[in-house]
Write a protein that binds this ligand. Sequence first.
Ligand code: 9UX
Length: 69
Amino acid sequence: MQTTVINIKGMTCMGCVSSIKAVLEKIPGVSHAEVSLEDAQVRIEFDESRTGIDHFKHTIEDAGFEVIT
Ligand code: 9UX
């Protein structure tokens, strides 16, 4: 198991938080996604043999948010 933190631009309410959490936790290999509206970031716990950061970034962008690198 591995953990990464991704900074996100564009979250404005708890609905945004819920939708990002939901799309990330649907990815096979993601065990937990903890989104903070206040910190504008998500902490993702995942199995690095099944998925990875590029997949998370694309998923967040497809949901309509911007990833800050
Ligand atoms: Mo809140 Mo976010 O009404 O995608 S859900 S702005």
